[in-house]
Design a protein around this ligand. Structure first.
Ligand SMILES: Cc1cc2nc3c(=O)[nH]c(=O)nc-3n(C[C@H](O)[C@H](O)[C@H](O)COP(=O)(O)O)c2cc1C
Length: 346
């Protein structure tokens, strides 16, 4: 099953194995660097059916760290286009980009320098739906006003339009992992009392408006969203609310959702164990016709295959396993081994 083709919008994926988006924090100028050519150049030939490029900020204030990818200026289009052309010359499979705004999680130190830590030098002011810090040692973000919210919406749409022009086949809106859109969606971080806060309809408004506008401006590309199946906290987003939200996204005719969880605070009740998001993905898949992607300690193809066979998900994303064992898919299907490498696998 996992090796069976699947259609997303107008694209056919040769299998259901996806490279999960993974920040590289390696773009001091905001653009793809040699590291990206090396890293994604390897990933794209690993046997995956589709590759997601890491969380990419929709403006400078939207960055998680100083070294995030950013897609906000027309002048950067050539560099992104060159990058995509290079990757497609190695293996012409669909490539997606994840668009994000870090909100109160921005101005962070690069995790391998110090994890879960705000920048001390070269920091910038962060913004969020409400002035609630992410954790004890984090600065209080400024509350966004309506004009600023509108600008962020436009920045998501402009980034999506640029992504399409650069040659990406898919745009994924990041609405999970405690970043800005998740901060709007979750009652834990959104205490506004205007049209962007309070009840469910108001909390989902910004995410819905962004998807609607992207759908309008970017025809014929795959549009997905990474969403929170549950905040895994008593007063947070729960599975029922998440299903309600996913029904809204389904009505907007997006192509898939990737189910994640936790992240609104550094510590939640999320337990990292084998297939830790599968419980949510399964429940959501039963209630929607949207294609469901899942990841989270799914470390082998057989397990992923069973998840698809048993209708827990349609697409399986692999993150860390692709980094630690980049050839693991070759062992399952020799067809994916590049000719140049075949003698190593006989
Ligand atoms: C180095 C690294 C960077 C990550 N960056 C992102 C990211 O940019 N966007 C995102 O949605 N998730 C990100 N994640 C989460 C992964 O996409 C994935 O969901 C998570 O690692 C669980 O899958 P795994 O157990 O297969 O690694 C990152 C994970 C790692 C390990």
């Amino acid at each position: 099953m996992i090796l069976k083709k699947i259609r997303l919008n107008k694209k056919i994926l040769k299998n259901r194995i996806i490279a999960s988006p993974m920040c590289q924090y390696s773009s001091p100028k905001g653009c793809p660097e040699n590291w990206h050519y090396y890293h994604y150049g390897n990933l794209i030939n690993s046997g995956i059916g589709m590759m997601m490029i890491e969380s990419t900020a929709v403006n400078l204030n939207a960055r998680i760290t100083l070294n995030d990818l950013v897609l906000s200026k027309r002048k950067d289009l050539d560099l992104y286009n060159k990058f995509i052309t290079y990757l497609k010359s190695i293996n012409d499979i669909p490539i997606g980009i994840q668009l994000s705004h870090a909100g109160r999680k921005g101005s962070s130190q690069i995790p391998w320098i110090k994890s879960n830590s705000p920048l001390k030098k070269n920091k910038w002011a962060t913004f969020a739906p409400s002035p609630i810090a992410r954790d004890k040692n984090w600065p209080k973000p400024k509350e966004l006003n309506l004009e600023q919210i509108d600008k962020i919406k436009n920045d998501f749409v402009s980034a999506a339009v640029l992504a399409k022009k650069a040659g990406f086949d898919c745009v994924e809106v990041h609405m999970a992992h405690g970043y800005l859109l998740h901060q709007f969606l979750s009652p834990i971080s959104n205490k506004r009392n205007d049209r962007y806060g309070g009840n469910f309809e108001n909390r989902i408004r910004l995410a819905v408006e962004i998807v609607k506008a992207i759908k309008l401006r970017c025809k014929n590309i795959i549009i997905g969203a990474r969403v929170t199946g549950s905040d895994r906290l008593k007063y947070g987003i729960n599975i029922n609310e998440s299903i309600k939200f996913i029904h809204k996204l389904e009505k907007l005719k997006i192509d898939y959702v990737c189910i994640s969880s936790g992240g609104i605070y550094p510590k939640t009740n999320l337990k990292i164990k084998k297939g830790y998001n599968v419980d949510l993905a399964r429940k959501i898949k039963q209630k929607t016709k949207l294609k469901i992607r899942v990841s989270g300690s799914i470390q082998d193809i057989n397990y992923g295959n069973n998840l698809i066979k048993n209708k827990n998900a349609d697409l399986i994303a692999f993150g860390r396993t692709l980094l630690s064992d980049p050839n693991f898919i070759y062992k399952i299907n020799k067809e994916y081994i590049p000719n140049q490498y075949k003698r190593a696998f006989t």
